[in-house]
Design a binder for this molecule. Structure first.
Ligand SMILES: [Zn+2]
Length: 369
């Protein structure tokens, strides 16, 4: 295939700022859906449809029928994460740029690049004896509600012999991988209220409770300094990897030093030391704080004792479905453990469903290279 043409077409797709979480980009999401639909039609798909939403539709298409052949669903998404903070970008996020043989731009590696590669690979190969079905959604970064609702209404859409989720990455350059499980995700927002209103710290400090302090104290108790998550039952459903899996992981081109310096770019790695970093990433669940809200965050200073503090957390189960459900229960337990400690927090638990394909990022990997 003509590389220049492929790059031009990929860049066209990447230039659409299809940020699903921001309503200002609704029309861009629709434009990205149109782009996918046109590609599916070019592939010879019939019944190309926009399902479930006008602005973030699931784009569905059926490849040519091959009687007796297995049916493969290809899943991917055309929406992207918001590009903030913009100052961190070397090139503008929606102006794809090539440097050192790599293309940089929002969506390049999640998930437009992967969707593009698959569509073009199918177009370039002599037709394999497979009944292709495509479900390319536009709300993956925003909880996949449209897709969930659609599949609840029309479960027959996922009747297939296999599903290929085109939303993951190589283990290392030149090491392609087939991911065999994914982490699930349970997202929750909790609110701690310690008094009726904010108070002046000069007047009340030292005697009035501070919502941020209480929240932080409770949150740090949910995860020990050694990285152990102290939510009852949290680790109970975790299956340890087999010896063969662990042996295979040892052969991967992965070092903890490189991971820290080149990928994490942080000061140190954390987590349960008795497990390797790959086990911590691929075989164990995690609990992460995603944001803390409240108090005074504007410019300057305000001597406030915040009455309310909010916090967003996510818990990733180690294995895909059954554990994801258990993780949900555990999330409730975790949040309830917090609530039980704090006065007057009636809005405390609101777990949110967020389980698009790659919400959790990679657990198990089988290398194909
Ligand atoms: Zn993705």
């Amino acid at each position: 295939m003509d590389q220049e043409r492929l790059l031009r077409e990929l860049s066209e797709f990447l230039r659409i700022p299809s940020v699903s979480t921001l309503p200002a980009h609704n029309q861009d999401c629709r434009a990205a859906a149109e782009w996918v639909a046109a590609e599916l039609r070019r592939l010879g798909c019939r019944d190309v449809e926009f399902l479930g939403s006008d602005t973030h539709p699931v784009v569905s298409g059926k490849g040519p029928d091959v009687p007796g052949a297995p049916t493969l669903i290809i899943y991917g998404h055309y929406d992207v994460q918001p590009p903030d903070p913009l100052g961190e970008w070397t090139n503008p996020p929606f102006e794809p740029t090539i440097r050192d043989g790599k293309i940089y731009g929002r969506g390049t590696a999640d998930d437009k690049g992967q969707v593009f590669c698959l569509l073009k690979a199918i177009a370039a190969s002599p037709r394999p004896p497979i009944n292709f079905r495509f479900l390319i959604e536009g709300e993956e970064e925003y909880g996949s509600q449209v897709l969930f609702d659609l599949l609840k209404r029309e479960p027959q859409r996922v009747r297939a012999d296999a599903v290929l989720v085109a939303d993951m990455s190589y283990v290392a350059p030149a090491w392609p991988a087939v991911y065999t499980t994914l982490r699930g995700l349970c997202y929750a927002e909790i609110t701690v209220r310690t008094s009726k209103t904010d108070l002046h710290s000069g007047e009340y400090g030292g005697a009035a409770p501070n919502a941020h302090e209480e929240l932080c104290r409770l949150l740090t108790r949910l995860k020990g300094q050694d990285g152990k998550i102290n939510i009852p039952g949290f680790y109970a459903p975790v299956k340890r990897p087999s010896k063969a899996e662990l042996a295979a992981w040892k052969k991967l081109p992965f070092t903890e030093k490189d991971f820290l310096q080149k990928r994490v770019q942080g000061k140190a790695l954390v987590g349960l030391k008795k497990y390797s970093v790959l086990e911590r990433l691929w075989a164990l669940p995690t609990f992460e704080i995603h944001g803390i809200l409240g108090g005074f965050t504007g410019e300057g200073a305000k001597t406030v004792i915040p009455a309310e503090a909010g916090h967003r957390e996510g818990q990733h189960a180690a294995r895909a479905q059954p554990e994801a459900r258990d993780c949900r229960k555990a999330a409730r337990r975790g949040s309830e453990a917090v609530c039980a400690e704090v006065c007057d927090c009636d809005r405390a638990v609101s777990p949110r469903r967020r389980s698009g394909a790659d919400q959790g990022r990679p657990p198990r990997v089988q290398t194909a290279g």
